[in-house]
Design a protein around this ligand. Sequence first.
Ligand code: FAD
Length: 451
Amino acid sequence: MDIAVIGAGIAGLAASIALTRAGHRVTVYEKSSFKNEIGAAILVTPNGNRVLRRWGFDFEKARPVDFKVFRFVDAVTLHVAVEDCFDDVEDRFGDRMCAYHRVDLHAGLKDLAEAAGVEIRLGCEVVSVEVEKGEFEIRGGERVVRDFVVLADGCHTHFLPQVTGEDTPTVKIGKSVYRWLAPFSKVLEHPDAKRLWGEAKGPGFCTFYLPNGCMMVTYPCRNGDLLNCAVFHDTRADESHKLDWDSNTTHEKVLETMQGCHDAVRSIPLTAEHMKVYTVTQRRPSPRIHAGKVLAIGDTIHHMLPTHAQGGCSALEDAGALEVLFASSSFAALAPLPSELSARLRLYTRLRLPRSATTQILSSTNPRMTMEGLATKKDEIRKFYAGDLVDFPLGCISWSRPVREFWYGYDVFGQAERAMRYKADGVVPEGVLTWFGDVSPGEKMEFAGRV
Ligand SMILES: Cc1cc2nc3c(=O)[nH]c(=O)nc-3n(C[C@H](O)[C@H](O)[C@H](O)COP(=O)(O)OP(=O)(O)OC[C@H]3O[C@@H](n4cnc5c(N)ncnc54)[C@H](O)[C@@H]3O)c2cc1C
């Protein structure tokens, strides 16, 4: 097929790699010129790294930092209140749990896409989409028609209602984030910071609880040279419109939020030149994720809260599913009939929607960022997913062991291959596609799924 992917974020690049590997010709249309690097880190858990590894991602070049611990620290006394390890994650779930500088992850994906033969067209802003025809217009007037279009233009997409048939606007949760990347060596110049990080059993989260109830999440990236910092706080009136990642703020505002904190904590923002702020939003899942010749993936369709580090990982899973379900060798002809494409899109929906919608809903069950009451979440989830919910609602506490079982063990390739076995008659037993992994306490992952 001739395929267009709209957007070259993690989802769009990953989908372009997957669909090229599946035997199609892929062009990516990206509105930016890639010059606006986003200075922040991203944690990728084993379910995401499994996808990257299959594609031969150059981990060494991307310089991620493997996570070994998480610690909750009192920001006033520096007392470590909670400490747990991620030591067994790689062994148990079969891949790494590591943090990348976003620019490094993105560059690695772009290298893979280009090596696979994907054409990436920059400066191409899509201004309208006709889903039934698989046609869209680029600013300036160029019109493009493709056999299949993947919509990966992120959470600020204008085209989602055409796909889902409903209006699901993004919703502000009342929180904003101050964020910056600090040179780690400068942070450690403070003797108490040096002692705090020196006592850690390895790299990972060091999350500070501030006296005003705010939370500062920190973790290293890029070989440990940089410390990624994010202060979640109640949105101030002057920042509620700042929905993009690149809005500037001042050190004064950040330090205001950190009043009463230990000097070693307050000195962290002072080591960095630029402070950014953005206001956190989320969107509720829709039961329809494709229409006509267009499929929505990534943040476009499952924009979630960053509580469990699953947004980017879900985008990688989407791409993994595309690689298997859209393998050109499995179509009757290179340009499949619309009916064949639409059958494959239904199969994709059955595979992906239960998991991505559940992930989306569970992302808002973290006590510090919950938008609505927990009581309603299970009912919401049941609209999409009938399988087991690991230790709900306790299982939704970020980084807890049940949460790890639920998300990290998932093998999208294995599950997609199972789904393909049922494509002939199109009847997929519920248990095949709604179960997210087979793990019993104390066992190593088998990825066997259950039928
Ligand atoms: C604070 C925070 C922390 C997070 N931490 C993690 C984490 O640790 N782990 C994790 O897995 N996830 C995390 N996430 C989520 C993750 O960042 C996102 O899920 C992921 O980046 C989404 O990628 P995407 O490609 O779907 O969207 P985007 O990254 O938004 O990409 C969309 C692309 O489309 C382009 N585009 C937009 N409109 C058009 C148009 N009209 N025409 C052409 N191109 C267009 C944009 O320029 C952009 O390049 C976090 C998110 C936040 C906010």
